[in-house]
Design a protein around this ligand. Structure first.
Ligand SMILES: Cc1cc2nc3c(=O)[nH]c(=O)nc-3n(C[C@H](O)[C@H](O)[C@H](O)COP(=O)(O)O)c2cc1C
Length: 266
């Protein structure tokens, strides 16, 4: 059940704005803008510091899944050793290398072993499908703890598109999809030596990009067209309705300005 009565508005009008502090110069502290000043003052309220090894893991889970945000979501399609297909979302997900192209997903195994991890260990191939706003309801439905034999594909209403290099299908509705091969599974263990998470590293063997979201000239995916969703804590998702750019400088470009600033702060 949704907690808000506000109707959804999509992000098809995605736009770029100025960054928070367009005129920032080297060495300038946070407190020189109104919002920076407020941010700096809030530090005076102090910190709560916890040692995860001494806390209830549920608290650590809640704190980290709300503090490490927003997370991209890998919508993962796998197939078991018996040929049973599976679909599920995972937000402990990232790209970890581009040469070779490698991604990571982590599946907890605290309450139960996730079919996704078991399937990848058994059959190696999987697909990662990036979710866009128009089909988040369908993707979200696949997080259900469906009994064996019930296909998430069928209940979600999503469409299978055959993969090229791996057995599991990719999701046709996904505008950006990766075919992956298991590179390594790292078992994460708790103090009692029990495996609590499987960190799966997958080598990307194919990348599928819908022409409609591809900026061919720049060789990038257009975020405004991809309209990806991110994960916050609990049942919350986030969408990207605007962005801003901050140029990346080089030492050669800014050397003099930085050295001048450093001299004056001595
Ligand atoms: C948006 C979203 C992100 C999720 N991320 C993760 C995750 O990173 N790791 C995990 O173990 N479970 C995650 N879950 C829960 C799994 O999707 C859920 O347990 C699912 O039933 C696992 O399916 P499986 O057993 O078929 O693999 C997430 C759920 C949602 C809705």
């Amino acid at each position: 059940m949704s907690k808000s009565d506000l109707p959804f508005f999509d992000t098809s009008d995605f736009r770029y704005t100025q960054p928070p502090h367009p005129s920032w110069t080297y060495g300038e502290p946070v407190s020189t803008t109104e919002q920076g000043q407020k941010w700096a003052e809030e530090a005076e309220q102090g910190w709560k510091t916890i040692n995860p090894s001494e806390e209830d893991p549920k608290l650590t889970y809640r704190l980290c899944t709300s503090g490490i945000v927003p997370r991209p979501v890998a919508f993962v399609s796998t197939i078991s050793g018996n040929g049973i297909e599976n679909l599920a979302p995972f937000s402990w997900f990232s790209q970890v290398s581009s040469n070779p192209c490698v991604i990571s997903i982590a599946c907890t195994s605290i309450q139960r072993d996730k079919d996704t991890a078991e399937n990848i260990k058994a059959t190696k191939g999987f697909t990662v499908n990036i979710i866009s706003e128009p089909w988040i309801a369908q993707a979200n439905s696949c997080a259900i703890d469906a009994p064996p034999g019930v296909s998430e594909w069928a209940l979600s209403g999503l469409t299978k598109e055959p993969s090229v290099s791996v057995k599991p299908a990719r999701v046709k509705e996904s505008a950006f999809a990766l075919e992956c091969e298991l590179l390594q599974n790292v078992e994460i263990k708790n103090a009692a030596g029990e495996v609590t998470s499987n960190l799966i590293l997958g080598t990307v063997t194919r990348i599928h990009i819908r022409n409609a979201v591809l900026n061919e000239e720049k060789g990038v995916v257009d975020t405004a067209k991809l309209r990806p969703i991110g994960r916050l804590s609990g049942n919350s998702y986030v969408k990207i309705k605007d962005g801003f750019q901050i140029p990346q400088s080089t030492w050669a470009q800014d050397k003099e300005e930085i050295e001048e600033k450093l001299k004056s702060s001595l």
